[in-house]
Write a protein that binds this ligand. Structure first.
Ligand SMILES: N[C@@H](CCC(=O)N[C@@H](CS)C(=O)NCC(=O)O)C(=O)O
Length: 354
């Protein structure tokens, strides 16, 4: 079997990614050729984790901020054959995703070949998939910045990463909240019927790769997952279960914070556990369930923690200030100013072209 050349697969992917606002070097002069190349998306929660790690460790990288379904005018960039082909090099032999339980975890759902983030390490000619794996990989490999998984805390950090990874965040974004849909307006509109739009876009790509059975089955697995997703989020009983689980998720953090006096999840030291929890709590706040800690005095430890964590410069750079990481939301001061809507639409417009 011929080993595919990662550089040529990346080059083929990049030929399809032209928008200069979304395809650029971060953390180094624009002519630099960094070791790492990241395929991600402004609004993707999994990408928020990886971008925050890169910022915290001050690792330069080539950023491809891809237009996912919802923002893309034509076929979403993450469905193009060149990208799927590259991504699949990070999961040779993995079980393809089919079912759906409202999560995006590799451990519970299997490998989704058509999502972000994907990291390419040009020095080692390696493709790394899955946000948790990428974060750990960067911490081990990059050789710069603070260590985010200190040896003494390794087990606890891993446990916290898994907790956040397996929380049903995706269902909360795609499905209406049955006790009164509090999701930001634009999300309610954008997510209605999105699975069918995704399926149509995926089918159009299958037509282009008929002679490549590996890619055809990759697209088919994604189609099955999206059909399951539609069924799942249309059932109020399941969505109630998701909300209950998310509230427990917050309660669990509060309980954990009560076991020590330090400001961070694992005590005195800022770790990867803080990066994943910060992205998770911020997503919950933006989507309208920050009440789980803001209105429940019994969870004041999470409230204090969130206030501190949201100010972390790496998180502000990689998420709050990242162009269009989040649509306007009435629950987040930064995203509910009078300028939030014009700024959002201006950035969408300049990013629209491929
Ligand atoms: N387990 C993967 C999940 C990745 C994932 O589900 N990415 C979402 C955004 S957070 C995506 O790209 N969705 C686009 C789509 O389904 O078309 C990870 O953690 O990297």
């Amino acid at each position: 079997m011929v080993t595919p050349n990662i550089r040529s697969l990346a080059d083929a992917t990049n030929r399809d990614l032209k928008n200069r606002f979304r395809n650029r070097v971060i953390g180094a002069p624009k002519s630099a050729v960094p070791r790492f190349e990241l395929y991600h998306a402004g609004a993707s929660l999994c990408s928020h984790k990886v971008r925050t790690v890169l910022a915290e460790k001050e690792i330069p990288y080539f950023s491809h901020d891809m237009n996912l379904p919802g923002l893309a005018l034509g076929v979403p960039e993450n469905y193009r054959p060149s990208y799927v082909r590259l991504r699949m090099q990070g999961a040779v032999g993995a079980t393809l995703v089919r079912a759906y339980s409202g999560r995006s975890s590799l451990s519970t759902e299997g490998f989704d070949p058509c999502v972000v983030p994907t990291l390419v390490d040009h020095e080692k000619s390696r493709v790394v998939i899955d946000s948790s794996r990428i974060c750990k990989y960067l911490d081990e490999e990059a050789g710069t910045g603070p260590v985010l998984i200190p040896e003494a805390l390794g087990e606890e950090v891993e446990r916290q990463i898994a907790l956040v990874d397996e929380a049903p965040h995706v269902a909360l974004l795609y499905g209406a909240h049955p006790d009164g849909d509090r999701r930001p307006r634009l999300i309610v509109r954008g997510m209605t019927g999105i699975q069918n739009k995704k399926i149509k876009a995926l089918e159009s790509q299958i037509a282009l790769v008929q002679n490549d059975p590996v890619l055809v089955s990759a697209y088919q697995s994604k189609i099955s997952k999206e059909s399951e997703s539609l069924r799942f989020v249309s059932e109020p009983k399941r969505m109630n279960e998701v909300l209950r689980e998310m509230e427990e998720h917050v309660a669990e953090l509060d309980q954990h914070l009560s076991t020590h006096d330090g400001p961070w999840v694992c005590g005195e030291r800022f770790t990867l556990a803080d990066i994943v929890w910060t992205t998770s709590l911020f997503r919950m706040k933006w989507i309208g369930i920050g009440r789980f800690w803001e209105e429940d005095k019994g969870r004041c430890r999470v409230a204090g923690y969130a206030n501190l964590a949201f100010q972390r410069p790496s998180f502000r750079h990689a998420v709050i200030d990242w162009p269009n990481a989040y649509a306007p939301s009435p629950y987040v001061p930064e995203f509910s100013t009078p300028l939030a809507w014009p700024r959002f639409f201006w950035r969408v417009l300049r990013s629209a072209r491929g």
